[in-house]
Design a protein around this ligand. Structure first.
Ligand code: R5P
Length: 297
């Protein structure tokens, strides 16, 4: 087995960590973008057997996806018998149904395209809704990092866990039951056209407590900062966030700080954002992928 580091931002670091955990080598990959914007990749190896491509679908996501497919075809050309994709952050996962008439099921399109480029097994971290993986015709696994991360940062039964929307409840419920901790959830409404979100008012038993908000993604920070504000208004002691994918776009960091979030613990599925001002701590979760890969391959 050889790890083929992908071309997108954040992929090389994850690939190195994974190769180290598995005790296998890293392939050399050459990559450039032509003046007209087309991507070029070349795997600089003589031949491949099992190729594990590591490509997180970081921004620009479309380029990351195309380059994962180019790498898969390059691996096929080098004789790889099994091509596996490790995509710590799989973009387009939130468009997993036609919310409005005329929309695509974007994640299904991406998964089918990856399969048809030669990828036969896919490992990702927290795909938002596991059911979406059924669109991938090969083996596909979403790995949940929350329990592992909670051990690393020392979440205990004395913390209160909060799901910022109903979709996040099953993650929170699972972890809370493992820890014997209390948990609760909020109801979030999102305007599908403007993206504007509103949290339904709710009284939460958080006075004097340290609360951990758990979500799969922080994108603009709107969801988490609204939840944090509500918790602090109701007397929570400290508000922390545990998240799989810290996209942190626009002014998310400022928004989270202003809302009073003490710390964001994020898995290293994406590379660290520059202006995190000590707010974000990244936790390496490559060990979880290594465990799954060594079980399967
Ligand atoms: C939505 O269902 C997701 O689980 C996240 O809550 C959402 O993507 C977060 O986005 P934002 O940070 O922009 O509120």
């Amino acid at each position: 087995m050889i790890i083929v580091p992908g071309t997108s931002q954040g992929s090389l670091d994850f690939a190195r960590n994974l190769a180290e955990k598995l005790g296998v080598g890293l392939a050399k990959v050459y990559h450039k973008v032509f003046p007209d914007g087309e991507s070029y990749v070349r795997i600089e190896e003589e031949a491949l057997d099992t190729a594990v491509i590591v490509q997180t679908m970081s921004s620009p996501q479309n380029k990351s996806i195309i380059e994962a497919m180019l790498l898969a075809d390059a691996a096929k050309g080098l004789g790889a018998k099994r091509i596996v994709l490790v995509s710590p952050y799989l973009a387009y996962a939130r468009q997993d149904k036609r919310f409005l008439q005329g929309e695509p099921v974007s994640i299904a399109v991406v998964l089918r395209a990856l399969y048809h480029s030669g990828i036969r097994a896919l490992y990702t971290i927290e795909i938002h809704k596991e059911e979406a993986l059924s669109a991938f015709p090969g083996k596909a696994l979403s790995i949940y990092p929350y329990e592992y991360m909670s051990e690393k940062i020392g979440i205990t039964k004395d913390h209160i866990l909060l799901a910022p929307d109903v979709g996040a409840l099953r993650r929170v419920e699972y972890l809370a039951k493992k820890l014997g901790a209390q948990y609760d959830y909020l109801v979030k409404k999102r305007d599908r056209l403007t993206g504007e979100i509103v949290l339904e008012p709710k009284h939460l038993m958080v006075k004097g407590k340290d609360v951990i908000i758990i979500d799969d993604i922080i994108s603009t920070g709107g969801t988490v900062s609204k939840a944090a504000k509500l918790l602090l208004e109701q007397g929570a002691n400290n508000v922390y966030v545990l998240v799989a994918h810290a996209l942190l776009v626009d002014n998310a960091i400022e928004k989270l700080k202003t809302a009073g979030v003490r710390k964001v613990y994020a898995a290293n599925t994406l590379s660290p954002v520059e202006n995190a001002y000590n707010l974000v701590e990244y936790i390496d979760v490559s060990e979880l992928v290594a465990e799954e890969l060594s079980r399967e391959l």
